[in-house]
Structure formats: structure tokens, C-alpha cells
Design a protein around this ligand. Structure first.
Ligand SMILES: *[C@@H]1O[C@H](CO)[C@@H](O)[C@H](O)[C@H]1NC(C)=O
Ligand SMILES: *[C@@H]1O[C@H](CO)[C@@H](O)[C@H](O)[C@H]1NC(C)=O
Ligand SMILES: *[C@@H]1O[C@H](CO)[C@@H](O)[C@H](O)[C@H]1NC(C)=O
Ligand SMILES: *[C@@H]1O[C@H](CO)[C@@H](O)[C@H](O)[C@H]1NC(C)=O
Ligand SMILES: *[C@@H]1O[C@H](CO)[C@@H](O)[C@H](O)[C@H]1NC(C)=O
Ligand SMILES: *[C@@H]1O[C@H](CO)[C@@H](O)[C@H](O)[C@H]1NC(C)=O
Ligand SMILES: *[C@@H]1O[C@H](CO)[C@@H](O)[C@H](O)[C@H]1NC(C)=O
Ligand SMILES: *[C@@H]1O[C@H](CO)[C@@H](O)[C@H](O)[C@H]1NC(C)=O
Ligand SMILES: *[C@@H]1O[C@H](CO)[C@@H](O)[C@H](O)[C@H]1NC(C)=O
Length: 514
């Protein structure tokens, strides 16, 4: 498989970097850890259902890819469900119809059960023996992800077999629905106790959002290496065994510490976002939990769901915000794409602006930092320089009054509001330049172009992926000489790149000539 070869190379690079990181810290004179985790340890990467962003959650392929691409101490996460005959399986959802082909193997077997008091329809594991489940195969349950790997006969595996097959460096069991299984006379407590008695299986963490379940096993695990973790759900959701909301349970971490050594919180508990996806100041939850001696694991990290604009669509930047922000670090992140937190933690953390290149390769901007600001504006170029670009680019266009300027397109409609302005009557069709009509730079004076409102480009807007709306109309365009002056004053730059192709077209078409 061609893609796997690429992955192997990536792993070697990560390992090489890890080795050099270890060397640097061994030589350091101070013993104070650079990680603001509870114990100063490097934050863990927990692969939720394996590399579930790619393969079906909980499949052997997803777990193997997590082992290949995660850090060497990656922890594999298994959501435990119980069969009618009390076998524990790894499966991401209480309902088997999401993530498997059970609806075609056992058609018309849908049932309705109460789940935390809510009538819920679906196919539930409590109605099937382990033998029945052996006929069912896993599918990709998140429909925006590729279904190309479906039909590969990935079996649903028992928890013990998952461990024995993969021998992961870390193993995490999440028990999301103890109360539901208890209603069906199935005991999660008996299951986890008998599993952890099996000497061939090592369970490092058991998590649950149910207080009663963790309290029921707390004494049993007090002197064990298996750690218990309380999982917080949304703030206003009611915890079934206490009738308190998770928001109010968060106010008494001393209570949580009586039955758990750590907590899982959705990432928004740590860094909330507002309704427009802008990051708010961090809460004190990590520091508060550390004060109680609780480890903190943040969940809900994915690479393929829109996240805060503050990260500029860079998931590495998001992980760094949680593990390397100067104030605190979470003790682990729970991710569907474990290769990304692995890179963030092992390659990018604690570099600040000191990163040095592995190879001598030029980084050249495209219309400045045009993903963050309207292209070719002073703001876009300033950001590109701040971000450490080697070369800034200027696609040169000509104005009516003969001023060379920088603009991504000869057609002003692409980067300004000209079509909505009083200059919209300048629209014309010039087949030598482009199909359809446009409003061209060589038909407007520099002064008039400066009076237009700049517009950020959003090439993926048909998929509802927009670029930072706060900055969509900011910044000022530059003449070529202003651009060159800016480049000259930025000592970090190695050069500039000018594109001249479009500016010469009107000349060839006999429209504008000096
Ligand atoms: C730092 O660590 C080394 C090796 O673990 C130990 O010998 C030394 O005492 C430590 N120094 C301090 C100041 O804690
Ligand atoms: C299946 O579960 C995932 C989360 O595990 C969810 O995002 C998705 O919408 C679910 N699909 C259906 C059809 O319920
Ligand atoms: C322990 O787990 C292994 C692997 O699945 C299994 O073969 C074995 O029967 C289990 N032992 C006990 C005592 O449950
Ligand atoms: C669970 O066990 C109780 C008592 O043995 C019994 O009354 C009840 O019907 C059982 N429930 C289910 C769902 O099997
Ligand atoms: C929680 O509330 C429900 C309904 O209000 C009640 O039936 C139940 O006894 C309560 N449970 C606890 C543990 O307080
Ligand atoms: C928090 O929990 C502890 C331990 O259970 C308890 O003693 C204390 O009263 C609780 N505090 C509040 C404010 O509820
Ligand atoms: C996120 O970006 C917005 C808009 O630029 C800014 O107001 C806010 O302070 C940023 N949040 C953080 C935590 O930096
Ligand atoms: C970057 O390097 C400077 C100078 O060597 C040093 O003072 C600074 O702490 C470094 N920053 C980080 C984040 O390592
Ligand atoms: C376009 O409209 C402006 C006023 O909005 C006017 O001054 C100008 O002459 C018009 N140009 C053409 C080519 O019609």
C-alpha cells in the first residue's frame, strides 16, 4: 500500500525527533519539567476507537493505524458494550445500527428502550449473543468520513481480544452506559473486575460519566494500577445517578476525587468558544483539577469538523493551545486523528518561534497570509512575515493610471466589493483574459481601487468552510513600490516573488500599453 509507506516514513521522523527531544531534556541543568501537567509528564495521546477519523471506529485497522502513527506510548480507547450473554465488546455507540451493518444482518429487529429515561429506538447489543454479533461487521459511522474502507469485513471484537491482538502500550475502557445495562440485568462491574483479573490483559484507565458506577468499583481499584476517570458530559446534562447536572458536579471536584483520579472534559470546558466559533479566555478547570490532584483529559478533538477561527484551520495549533500555553497543560487529549496530537506534542510544543528547518526549503506566501486576511493587503503580508515566511509574493496588476499594484487577480470582482459599488458599470467581457465578464484593474485608477472594500477569499465556501469572518473586509491594498518597501524592511525575508503574467495580457490585447 503506497499510503502506508508514507506513514512509515512519518513514524521514523517522529521517532528521530523524539530521540533528540529526550537528549535535550537529559542535558538540561534544571529538573523542572517543561510540561505543566499534573506530574510534569508528557501529555498522553488517547486514540478514540483507534485512528477512527480514517477507519471504522474500534476496528483492528483503526487500532493498528493508531499504533503505527501515534506516539510510542499511545493509549487505545475502547467503548465497552455488553452482549446478551455478558461478553464485553469494543463498539463506539450504545446502538449497534450506527457503525455496523446490523440493520441488514438482522432486519426489522429494531427495539425501543429507555436510555437515561429517554425512549430510544435502535438495535442494542443486549438483544444479541456474542455469536450473533460475530455475523456483524463494522462500518464508518460518521457519514462525512470516507466509506471506502467499509465492506472490508472488520469484525466487532471483544475487549479481551482487542487487547491480545494489539498489545497496546496503554489501554483505556470507557463505560458510557452502566445504568442501561443494569436495567437489562447485565453488570459492567462484574465485567471490568473479571477482565482486570485476567493476567493477560492490562487496563490502564476506566472512565464513565456515571458517578454510581465509578463509586461501585472505586474500592476494588484503590490499590490497583488501573486508574478511574470521571467523564463530564455537556454542562446542562443531568448525571443519572446523582440527578445533578455535570455543571454543578464540576463545582465540587473534591467530591469527584473521592472516587476518581482524573476527569475527562469536553475541550470547550477548557477553552470555550462563542457562537461565532471565536475562542474565549480559558477557564480555570485544569488548574482547579490539578489542585485537587486530578488528571485532566480533554475530549472531542477531530481534524474534520470546523473548529475555532483562532486556529486558522490548523489542528496542531489547537492541540498546542491545550498543552503548551504557558499557564497549564492537560494530561492527555482524546483524538480521532492521533497522528496530529503526536506531532503537536513531540515535534512542535515548546518551540515558540525557535523552530529550525529540517531541510532547506523556501516557504512562499500566496497573496500574503490570504487564509487569514484579504489577499495582497498590508495585513496579509504583515501576518505572513510574522508567521515566518521566507518569500512574500506580489501578483502585479496595472491600474488605469499606470500604477503597478499587487492583487491576486486582474478581475477586481475576485477580491473586492466592486460589483456592489458605483463602479459596477465598468463590467466588460474580454475573451483574451477570461470567460464571462469582469471589472479589470486597468479600467480603474489607483485612487478608485483604494476606495473599494477588500474581500477575503473563501474557496471552500460551497462546503460551508469560511475564512475568518472578523477579518473578511480588513486591510489595504499596496502598490508594487509599497510592497517592495515593506519587504525590504522585513529582515527575516529571503526575497520576494513577482508574477507578471496577467499584467501583460491587456498589453497583448491592445487595451493598455505604456
Ligand atoms: C536532578 O535530577 C538528577 C537525576 O535524576 C538528580 O540526581 C538531582 O539530584 C536532581 N536535582 C535536583 C535539584 O532536584
Ligand atoms: C453515528 O455516531 C456518530 C458519533 O459517534 C455521529 O456523529 C453520527 O451522526 C451518528 N450517525 C447516525 C446515523 O446516527
Ligand atoms: C484472558 O483473556 C484471553 C484473551 O482473550 C482469553 O483467551 C482467556 O480465556 C482469558 N482468561 C480468563 C481467565 O478469562
Ligand atoms: C432482571 O432480573 C429481574 C429479577 O431477576 C427480573 O424481574 C427482570 O425481568 C429482569 N429484567 C430483564 C430485562 O431481563
Ligand atoms: C432523580 O430524579 C428522579 C425524577 O425526578 C427520581 O425518580 C429519582 O429518584 C431521583 N434519583 C436520585 C438519586 O435522587
Ligand atoms: C463537596 O464534596 C465533599 C466530599 O464529598 C463534601 O464534603 C462537601 O460538602 C461538598 N461541598 C459542597 C459545596 O457541596
Ligand atoms: C480569538 O480571536 C478573536 C478575533 O480575533 C479575538 O478577539 C480573541 O481574543 C481570540 N481569542 C483568544 C483566546 O486568543
Ligand atoms: C527561544 O530561544 C531564545 C534564545 O535562545 C530563548 O531565550 C527562548 O526561551 C526560546 N523560546 C522557546 C519557546 O523555547
Ligand atoms: C459609471 O457610473 C459613474 C457614476 O456612478 C459615472 O460617473 C461613470 O461615468 C459611469 N461610467 C460608465 C463607463 O458608464
Amino acid at each position: 500500500m503506497g499510503s502506508l509507506r508514507g506513514i512509515t516514513v512519518a513514524v521514523l521522523v517522529v521517532q528521530a525527533l523524539l530521540a533528540s527531544v529526550a537528549l535535550v531534556s537529559a542535558q538540561g541543568s534544571s529538573n523542572r519539567s517543561r510540561w505543566q501537567t499534573l506530574n510534569g509528564d508528557v501529555p498522553f495521546v488517547i486514540a478514540r476507537g483507534g485512528f477512527s477519523g480514517m477507519f471504522s471506529d474500534s476496528s483492528p485497522a483503526a487500532y493498528r493505524l493508531a499504533l503505527l502513527t501515534g506516539p510510542t506510548n499511545v493509549i487505545l480507547w475502547c467503548d465497552v458494550q455488553l452482549s446478551k450473554d455478558a461478553a464485553g465488546i469494543c463498539f463506539p455507540d450504545l446502538k449497534l445500527d450506527n457503525n455496523s451493518d446490523i440493520t441488514t444482518v438482522f432486519p426489522n429487529k429494531q427495539k425501543t428502550y429507555l436510555v437515561n429515561g429517554v425512549a430510544t429506538k435502535g438495535w442494542f447489543s443486549v438483544d444479541y449473543t456474542l455469536k450473533d454479533i460475530g455475523n456483524v461487521i463494522l462500518n464508518q459511522g460518521v457519514f462525512s468520513r470516507s466509506n471506502k474502507f467499509d465492506g472490508n469485513n472488520y469484525p466487532i471484537m471483544t475487549v479481551a481480544d482487542t487487547y491480545t491482538l494489539l498489545k497496546p502500550p496503554g489501554f483505556w475502557l470507557n463505560i458510557q452506559h452502566n445504568a442501561f445495562y443494569a436495567q437489562h440485568n447485565l453488570s459492567m462491574r462484574n465485567f471490568v473486575i473479571s477482565l482486570t483479573r485476567n493476567v493477560t490483559v492490562t487496563v490502564d484507565y476506566i472512565s464513565s460519566p456515571e458517578v454510581a458506577f465509578l463509586r461501585s468499583i472505586a474500592a476494588r481499584f484503590q490499590r490497583s494500577t488501573t486508574k478511574l476517570v470521571f467523564r463530564f458530559l455537556e454542562l446542562d446534562t443531568v448525571e443519572p445517578s446523582t440527578n445533578l447536572t455535570y455543571g454543578s458536579l464540576l463545582k465540587n471536584l473534591t467530591f469527584v476525587k473521592t472516587f476518581a483520579s482524573g476527569i475527562i472534559v469536553p475541550k470547550s470546558y477548557v477553552w470555550p468558544v462563542d457562537s461565532n466559533l471565536y475562542l474565549q479566555p480559558s477557564t480555570s478547570v485544569v488548574l482547579d483539577a490539578h489542585k485537587e490532584g486530578l488528571e485532566v483529559f480533554a475530549s472531542d478533538f477531530t481534524n474534520d469538523v470546523p473548529f475555532s477561527f483562532n486556529y486558522s484551520y490548523d489542528p496542531v495549533a489547537e492541540y498546542l493551545q491545550f498543552v503548551d500555553n504557558g499557564k497549564f497543560s492537560v494530561d492527555g487529549v482524546i483524538s480521532d486523528f492521533p497522528i496530529t496530537p503526536s506531532a503537536a506534542i513531540n515535534c512542535f510544543a515548546h518551540l515558540g518561534r525557535n523552530a529550525s528547518k529540517q531541510v532547506d526549503l523556501l516557504v512562499i506566501s500566496k497573496n500574503g497570509a490570504s487564509g487569514d486576511y484579504p489577499g495582497c493587503t498590508d495585513q496579509a503580508y504583515t501576518k505572513a512575515i510574522q508567521d515566518g515566511v521566507d518569500v512574500i509574493d506580489c501578483p502585479v496588476q496595472m491600474t488605469k493610471d499606470g500604477t503597478p499594484i499587487c492583487l491576486g487577480s486582474i478581475n477586481l470582482i475576485d477580491s473586492t466589493d466592486v460589483a456592489q459599488s458605483s463602479f459596477s458599470n465598468l463590467s466588460k467581457t474580454i475573451p483574451e483574459i477570461m470567460q464571462g465578464s469582469g471589472i479589470f484593474t486597468f479600467d480603474m485608477s489607483w485612487r478608485d481601487i483604494l476606495s473599494l472594500t477588500t474581500a477575503i477569499s473563501s474557496p471552500q465556501s460551497e462546503y460551508k468552510l469560511f475564512r475568518n469572518p472578523k477579518f473578511k473586509n480588513v486591510g489595504k491594498f499596496l502598490t508594487l513600490s509599497e510592497f517592495l518597501a515593506m519587504a525590504k524592511s522585513a529582515s527575516s525575508l529571503q526575497g520576494v516573488l513577482m508574477f507578471l503574467s496577467e499584467c501583460c495580457l491587456p498589453c497583448r490585447a491592445g487595451i493598455w500599453c505604456n
